[in-house]
Design a binder for this molecule. Sequence first.
Ligand code: PLP
Length: 236
Amino acid sequence: MTTKVSEKITNNLAEIRQQLQILAEESQHGQSVKLLAVSKKHPPEAIKAAVDAGQMHFGENYVQEAVDKITQLKEQVPDPVQWHFIGPVQSNKTKDIAQHFDWVQSVEREKIARRLNEQRPDSLEQLNILLQVNIDDDDNKSGLAPEQVEELAEYVMSCSKLKLRGLMTILKAGTTEEQRKQSFQHMFRLYEQLQQTYGGQVDTLSMGMSADMRQAVLEGANMVRIGTAIFGERES
Ligand SMILES: *Cc1c(COP(=O)(O)O)cnc(C)c1O
């Protein structure tokens, strides 16, 4: 990786952090917003450059690719760096996820939660869990229906190696600004309900990507997931 590429990553991060700060001040919700750097399909050197620029949370979608990178970076990045799994979880991959990640944002089934709980090594802290909600009933996407959140939340709460932290959503593509607003507001209401039930441990509402980050933060997101705007285009 050239110096130029790592400088670009550093500059992109600074710019996005500044935007997020301005947006958070504009938001009625008074939240501070965490940035999840989505590093899928980008090499360990790019992640290292982001860590050197102060970035602590990284999102990955593909288990094998992620485990390779996490293992490779283990000696090079400080302990507070946190890895978030954000892709669809297949049940034959839960063991690797439970062993290598700090967060799973894409939990949508009891079976997956049960396996993560059983397979989380005792030597590690609780695995942080977000439930993925299919808020706009998108046929192409995974996620729980809003009315199923309560039941799965209760199940996750009963798992001693899991810690329920909140909700995640990916909005349907090609909707209007008004539809997105409705969906984000619906997510915020679900998030508030979870907080009312379980208190302060529920502290994360992960919504908003490069294209809809602004709207998501104004409607209460406190974690946004950004890939391309930090690391550049992915090779597919
Ligand atoms: C890839 C991905 C992102 C980031 O997408 P960009 O368009 O690169 O910013 C965010 N969230 C999820 C769940 C993703 O899979």
